[in-house]
Every structure is written in C-alpha cells, then in structure tokens.
Write a protein that binds this ligand. Sequence first.
Ligand SMILES: [Mg+2]
Length: 318
Amino acid sequence: MSANEDAITNWFAGQRKLAKSDFPIGIGDDMAQIRLAKDTSVLITTDILLEGVHFDFATATLKQIGYKAMAVSISDCAAMATIPIAAVVSVGLPKGFGQRQLKQLHAGIILAADKFNCKLIGGDIAGWKTKKPFVINVAMLSKPAANKPVKRSGAKVGDCICVTGSLGGSGESPDYKHLTFEPRVKEAIEIAKMVTINAMLDISDGLSSDLNRICRQSGVGAIINAEDIPISPQAVRLSSPQAKKNKEPLKAALNDGEDFELLFTLSTKDCEKLLKNWNNKTAITKIGEITNTNKMQIKTADGKIKNLEISGYDHLKI
Ligand SMILES: [Mg+2]
C-alpha cells in the first residue's frame, strides 16, 4: 500500500515549517501554492515518469509518453480546480536517442499542452552514456480559477463522495487508457463554479488509496457503496472468459492506479444540486459518504459493511 509514500511525504513536510502566508498550500497536496502578492498566487507540481514503471516501449509510442507526462501534471491542476499555465520538461535519454525521437516526444507534449492551453516554456536534456532507461519529468505551473484551489484536507462529516468518469483497468490492453486519458480540468472548474468542493484529488494510485488520503488529511472516515462505483469497460472486460488475468472488476476499480479521474467531497445539498444540473458528457457518480468513524468502509452488494482494504499502487514497494 502507498502508506509508505505518505509517511515519507509527511516526514519531508515536518523537516521545515512553511509560512502559511507565503505558501498557503505546502507539501502533501496535488500542488503547492505560492503567494506572490496580496491577491496573486501561482501553483506548482512536478511528476516523474520512468520507463518500465509508468510506460513501456513495447506498448507505448514516444508521442504517447510525451502526452502522458504532460497529462499527469495537467491532471494535478484539475485536482486543485486550477488553470494550467506553463510547463518545463526534462528528459534522461537512453543511449542512441537523437533528434528524431525527441521530435516524436515533443509531438505528444504539444498535443496535451495545446488541448489545455498550457505552454511549453523550457526544459533540459541529458543523455546516459550507457544503456539506461528513459526518464521524463514535467514541472507545471497553474493559477487559481474563480474558486479557491481545492485541497485534500477539507472533507466534512456528512459530505457526499463523488467521482468523475469510470474506474479501473487503465493499464490493460488494448486501450491502455493510462496513455490517452483526458485530464478533467474543464470538469473541475465547471463543478467548482456550480458548487463548493470541500476536498478533491485526482485518482493516481487507486480509489482506495486516494480516498484514504482525503480521509487522513481531513481527519474523517468514509463509507462507499460497492454497487455505486462506476467500473470502467476496461475493468469489466477483466472478468470476461477471454481475459487471461483473473481479476475482479470491482477490485480493479478500487485498487488500480492511473485512472486520473477526480475524487471529491461536497455537502449533500451541493451534491443534489450538482447531480441535478450537471450535463457535461463526463459522468459524475455519488459513491458514498464521509463519516466520523475514522474508518474506511465499503458496503458490499449483499448489504454487509466491511473495512475497505487499502491496496493501491505503492511507488516505494521494495
Ligand atoms: Mg494528483
């Protein structure tokens, strides 16, 4: 489970206190916020993608890798309901990579950048001298929309828990949704215009792990209804007779990483208003409620309530 990553992130955050006046949002959210002047601030995030972990050349083109690298950071801008501004991109190149490969990568970077009006404003290129894997890192800036940037820590007891789109199976063939997903920037800003979002993040390590993050950072519990979780077509296919992997679609929806859908909480009243008035093509589904139990629970189809196992992707698993 990704408690490892959260533990070390907390340790980092504890080493030096950041002044709230200068850094309203510090280490541990989807982006950090830097105050530049009284009513002016900018947000920043960085994401590193490793060959063999976040992509493989057997299943991804360089254009897709460039797209994904940008889309992952743009998704963090969505997670705060902020507007992407600009990015710098650094790459560590395997031996033999030249201009041709960099142009293919650039095509993917620009595809994502143009879609969200986010400019590529610089970067760095370094080449390995020996046979080493490909690495790409994006650092991205965003600015607040009309709403305040939405943190992970604002969930309140009684809130509804909602997700956009559908979950699970993003790494499965033939779709490889993790390479082509659409960051939910427009949706996030639209939702924030209609209602007050109390807490939000983008699901990168799996619903169970990421909901746990909202709960831990907000000091609350949660109960979700198994039957209400929108399971993606890619996850549903896992249970077909043709699927070689014997994986339960619900488990895939709960624990697979890289869905990059929004997970957010809001008051019951705002949730009703949102679901009634939402007519964007990206679905929003209510999947549960925030509780005061401090536990993560799931109500199964037979009506039983169980503790929700947190077993999403762990970046620090040895
Ligand atoms: Mg994120």
